[in-house]
Each structure stands twice: as structure tokens, then as C-alpha cells.
Design a protein around this ligand. Sequence first.
Ligand code: SAH
Length: 212
Amino acid sequence: MSAELARSLEAMGIRSPRVLDAVARLDRARFVRPELRHAAEGDHPLPIGFGQTISQPFVVAYMTERLGLSGNERVLEVGTGSGYQTALLAMLARTVHSVEIIPELSERARKVLVEELALGNASLRVGDGAQGWPEAGPFDRILVTAAGPEVPPALIEQLAPGGRMILPVGLDAEGQVLRAVDRREDGSVSESDLLPVRFVPLTHGHGGGVLG
Ligand code: SAH
């Protein structure tokens, strides 16, 4: 359990009781390698292999809070990674569909989410998340956990009216910003920047090129 982590996130400004409660109930140590488990309660990103990281808990909690989940939403996540953020989304929304480009990470996350935690409302797939998951959309909320140079057009298309997407945008790690994209009921879209961040790049599925 991560009650200590939830307390420190509250001290850092996370206010949503639902988000803090989910953080407290979810053991972050399950999502990191055994030799790093002692560090799992700290507010740091940690390596998860393949050059990727489990995101910093404050940023995970902040993004989740900004999604404003009431429990009824269909959520798309891009960048399953360790599956930690996926688990929080599954605890706070109706369903979560999560796309990861590295097959080994998706498989490891599946073991924790499905076999260990029995989160039956989480669906995982391997692929380029910049294309979204068209057959499962539209989505009420979209969360992207890797940074590209722009908001992927396919994700805007899969955002339902009244929906909100949170994603890091920016080419280099120094210049990224966390952005909120809202689709109003009339279909129009507005964007606002929330906070400077540092995420791993969103990569291309085919050809292995790095976008950001
Ligand atoms: N929320 C995750 C973050 C992992 S880091 C966690 O806290 O564990 C971002 C993840 O995005 C990495 O696992 C990386 O492999 C993945 N990723 C990068 N580009 C992607 C793409 N185009 N489609 C899907 N996943 C991608």
C-alpha cells in the first residue's frame, strides 16, 4: 500500500479525494523491479527497462486529477509502460484501453493488472498509440504519457464531445508542456497549457524513428 505516497502528494497540492484514495490503495512497488522496490514510495520516476520510466507520482496524480474522473468514463491511455497509471485509471473510471509500443512492457503490465490485481476493466494492446484505438472509441478521456511534437490528429478524432485529453507536447525534454485539449459539446476544440514537464518521447511504430 502507498499511504505514505498519498500523504506526500497531498502535501504537494493534489486535492482530489478519489485520486488520493486510489494512490493510497495501489502498491506502486508492484510496478517496479524488485531491486528498486525500496524507492517506490518516493516521488521520483524510476527505470522500467527498454529505456523507459515509470512516471513521477506527482505528475501521474496531477494528470489523473486534471482528467476529472467520476467513475463513468471510457478512457484511452497511450503509453502503458509499467501499468501503474493504467491501474489508477481502471480504479477511477468505467473502462481503460491502453496502448503500448514495446511488447515486453505491455506483457509485463498485463500480468500485474490482470493476473495480480484482477482489474477486468483494463484492456491492453501493442501498437502505435498515436493512432489511438479507433474500434474502442470515442473516448471521454484520453491520457498520453509520452511526448510528441504535436497533438496527434487521430486522438483528437477519437475524443468524444464533452471529452478531455491531457498530454505532454514538445520536441526536446527541456521544452515540454502538459496540455489539456477539450472538445465541447458542439464539437469545437480548445487547448490550454498546464505545466512544464519532462516525458520520454512518443516513438513511431514502423521504422523505429523517434518523433520527439
Ligand atoms: N504511464 C507510464 C509511463 C511510461 S513512459 C508509467 O508510469 O509507467 C511512456 C511509455 O510510452 C513507454 O512505455 C513507451 O514505450 C511508450 N510509448 C512511446 N511511444 C509510444 C507510442 N507511439 N505508442 C504507444 N506507446 C508509446
